[in-house]
Write a protein that binds this ligand. Structure first.
Ligand SMILES: NC(=O)C1=CN([C@@H]2O[C@H](COP(=O)(O)OP(=O)(O)OC[C@H]3O[C@@H](n4cnc5c(N)ncnc54)[C@H](O)[C@@H]3O)[C@@H](O)[C@H]2O)C=CC1
Ligand SMILES: CC(C)=CCC[C@@H](C)[C@H]1CC[C@H]2C3=C(CC[C@]12C)[C@@]1(C)CCC(=O)C[C@@H]1CC3
Length: 345
């Protein structure tokens, strides 16, 4: 049952609002006076004034109930990249996003903001200050990214100035912050298993890590700038901290902040990449007999050993974006938010 909302209050739906980014977005939208509902396949928290619709975004009827009187939709739902489930990525990110678009159009939703990913242009080789002018990856690094490319294209192509259905895509990179279920937990788990001793390559590769509140800020700016005559309609925008950092310095700061030693010994990039490829092949060949998931996948090694940072000039120019939390402050807040993952805890 939806609550009645004053006409002046902007009513929005966050699809994927139970997730890491989604929940931060919901909290900020509430602060800013929006009336917020969440649509997600799971519900893992409660907040006063937030209505939860539990359902699968591939189910149009379920979406239609949640979209009643909604004018703005944020779509930040996706299966986790680590699930590595091709069929699930295709069903949710491609077919499901098609269903979301149809349901939005049928319900008279005016604006849709998609959470895409900067990785849609990444092929596992260096990207330095990449702009939105880069072509989509011809050989995406994994199935997840392959479906994120199709998803982004679908949402941007759904922009229709005649009917007034306005869309925009935000491309974050390396989101981190309190409650992230991926980055810090994977890192700490690897450290606890004694596998965080090595630096892949010379350790100078620069990467974007983006504090979650900056990603939220980019989404809300995009929603508020999405108007009929706006240059942002039908376009994609990188949202980063605008402070590329060495991948291994970032990892070390988090590790040391949590009481673990920083990695020290260097291994040649091509050697580790080759090893990861071999392990991946072995896991594939053995899969009918035993199943094992190597820590060092080729994709992870590429992420850890290459440059991949992006320009957010276009977001600055078209939306007035600038990060609201510095990298230093973001790292501090993140470390403080994981007392249970500290060494010895
Ligand atoms: N975490 C990161 O570093 C980055 C994330 N992104 C994108 O940001 C978005 C949010 O990511 P996170 O918050 O990190 O992920 P998350 O896994 O914490 O949140 C995703 C949410 O989507 C929901 N969901 C999944 N399948 C669903 C379905 N069939 N129907 C309804 N809800 C469903 C999940 O239950 C979850 O609550 C995703 O679209 C992801 O591709 C993009 C770049 C980087
Ligand atoms: C910038 C960006 C796209 C970050 C994405 C988050 C994850 C892909 C990374 C978070 C922790 C990282 C990590 C590794 C690879 C990339 C991550 C999973 C390693 C497995 C790389 C090889 C190692 O030496 C251990 C690393 C642990 C942490």
């Amino acid at each position: 049952m939806a609550t009645r909302v004053r006409p002046s209050v902007k009513k929005c739906l966050v699809i994927g609002g139970s997730g890491f980014l989604g929940r931060h977005l919901v909290e900020k939208l509430l602060d800013r006076g929006y009336a917020v509902s969440v649509f997600d396949i799971r519900q893992n928290y409660e907040l006063p004034n937030v209505i939860f619709y539990q359902g699968d975004l591939c189910d149009k009827q379920a979406l239609l109930s949640a979209l009643k009187d909604v004018s703005l939709v944020f779509h930040c739902a996706s299966p986790a990249p680590a699930s590595d489930n091709r069929e699930l990525f295709e069903r949710v990110n491609i077919q499901g996003t098609g269903t979301v678009i149809q349901a939005c159009k049928e319900s008279g939703v005016k604006k849709m903001v998609l959470t895409s990913s900067a990785s849609v242009v990444f092929e596992g080789t260096d990207i330095k200050n990449g702009t939105e002018g880069l072509p989509y990856a011809k050989k995406p690094i994994d199935y997840y990214t392959q479906t994120k490319i199709k998803q982004e294209k679908m949402v941007l192509e759904a922009y229709d100035s005649e009917s007034g259905f306005l869309t925009v895509a935000i491309r974050p990179h390396g989101i981190f912050g309190p409650r992230d279920p991926q980055l810090v937990p994977i890192l700490v788990d690897t450290a606890r298993r004694g596998k965080m001793k090595f630096i892949i390559g010379d350790g100078t590769n620069l990467v974007d890590f983006t504090f979650v509140e900056n990603v939220v800020h980019g989404h809300i700016l995009a929603a508020e700038r999405l108007k009929a005559d706006s240059p942002i309609c039908g376009k994609a925008y990188h949202i980063t901290n605008d402070e590329p950092i060495r991948f291994w310095d970032f990892m070390s700061e988090i590790l040391v902040g949590l009481g673990y030693p920083a990695p020290r010994y260097h291994l040649p990039y091509l050697f580790v990449y080759g090893l990861a490829l071999l392990l991946w092949l072995l896991a594939l060949l053995c899969s009918p007999l035993i199943s094992f998931k190597p820590t060092f996948t080729p994709m992870r090694v590429a992420l850890a050993g290459t440059h991949h940072y992006y320009s957010c000039e276009r977001a600055k120019e078209d939306m007035g974006y600038s990060p609201v939390v510095t990298l230093k402050e973001g790292i501090k807040r993140t470390v403080e938010s994981y007392p249970h993952l500290r060494q010895g805890a």
